[in-house]
Structure formats: C-alpha cells, structure tokens
Design a protein. Sequence first.
Length: 285
Amino acid sequence: MTTKLPGISDLHVHIQPWRQLKPDVLKVMQRGQEWDRIAALMDDPKLLLDLLDKADIWRVGLINYPSPDLMGFTDETNSFAAEYASANKERLLPFGGVHPRFTTDPEGQVEALLDMGIRCLKIHPPHQLYPANAHTMGLDNLGRIYRRCEDRGLPVLIHTGTSIFPGARSKYGRPMEIDDVAIDFPDLTIVMAHGGRPLWMDEAFFILRRHKSVHLELSGIPPKRLLEYFPRLEEIADRVVWGTDWPSPGVKDLRQNLDQFLALDLPDEVKEKITRTNPLALIPT
C-alpha cells in the first residue's frame, strides 16, 4: 500500500495590493511580465486558482508585508492577503507583516495578524530598512515582534540577499544577521527566503547547519543554478522548502521554475521533501 503524497506547495508568490506600489517600483515589477494578466490575477483569486490547477500546484504562500516608505505597501496589505486567501483557505496561504519602525503596538499587531488568519510573518530588511538583528541595536519593537511570534508559534520568513527595487538597502540582506535572531529566540521558526542569493550563499548554508530552527526557502534562485549555489543541498534537505518568487522580475512562470527544479540531479525523495512534505510540515493545513 502506497501513501499518497501531499500536493506541491510554492511558499513564495507575490500576490499583493499592486495599486499601492510607488510608480518607480511598479515599473520594475512590470519588467518582462504580461502585466495586465498579472494584475488581473492579483485582483481575482479565482484566476489564480485556475492557474494553479493548470500548473498542478496545490498551495501558494501569498507574500505581503508593509513597506510604506520604500515600496508603498501599508498595513492594509495584511487585510488584502487575508481577504484574498478567503477564496480557498486550504490552497491560498496569507503571509503578512508588522513594521517595527512604525508600529506602536508590536504584540497587538501580531495578534491581529493571527486573528485574520495570517499563516506566516514576513520580515524584509532591505525594503523595511533595518537588519534582521536590529533588535540588538535598539529597535526593541523588532524583538517584541519576534518574541510574540515565538510564543504563538507563528513562523517568520526573513528576506536574505539583494533587491533591485529603487531605494532598497541590500546591505541589510546578509544571512549572518539571522544568527542573532536564532540565538535570542531559540524556539522561533525562521524561514530564510532566497538563501542569500546572489552574494551570501555560504553564510546562508552556515546558518542553516548551525541552527535547527532555521529553514531555507528557495525562491528567487534560478533553479538551473541551485546546485552551484548550494552544492550540499542534500545535507539540509529536511529543512528546505520550495518557492519561486513569481511574478517578480526574472520569474516568468511558476510551473517552468518548478519543472527546472525537478529536472535537477537530485534524488526523488529530496525533491518530494522540498516541494511537498516539508512545506506541509512547516505550514500545516
């Protein structure tokens, strides 16, 4: 008797309130994309669900986070994610955020995210303009956010690596800053988005091997180059999850990225862990 595997999860898809984007940011987002089609998908979850059916993808994480001064996203991005995901709560996983430089009630805002059904909290240092370990440098609100997420079992997804959007401070994307976070909040589930690409993959691998609470999410890494970036991927396969970063610049099709990953010279059981079983363990139904 064989056990049926769970469906494929893509835990990094940018379905966001795109009308909030600043004009220069929107121009970058539109590069190389059929923007009318993408905008329609962001407005109508039924269109996204149809796309997922055609791509044979079960679930997606809807990346949202406030970044009013750089990207244009306000706290309304959280309610957008929750409302969008209400079209199918099993397949659409809303991610949200609390901006530590602007909040006056970190714990209350984390609780509000939980109340609206947010499944993961997103921290984006290059877009929110602080390092991931800024709680050690006087940004107390960030530590309070981490602590409440740790207490409530809410995973935290942290962007690592560079960003091409206007005004982004890529220096804040170093994975090494997560070392402090994992030490100070040992029971916090941390997901490292992008693996520090394209500059800091060695740092990311070190952090993953050192801290068992840290997971690697593969979005934004060209699948054909993944084993160049992480040649020892099999060693950490139990804590790696799939994501594409679609429809960010350079990511044209979420199924195409998935097929390129599945074509890599990796054992089938590793591919199944990364695309199916690990994401479900990290964010259960």
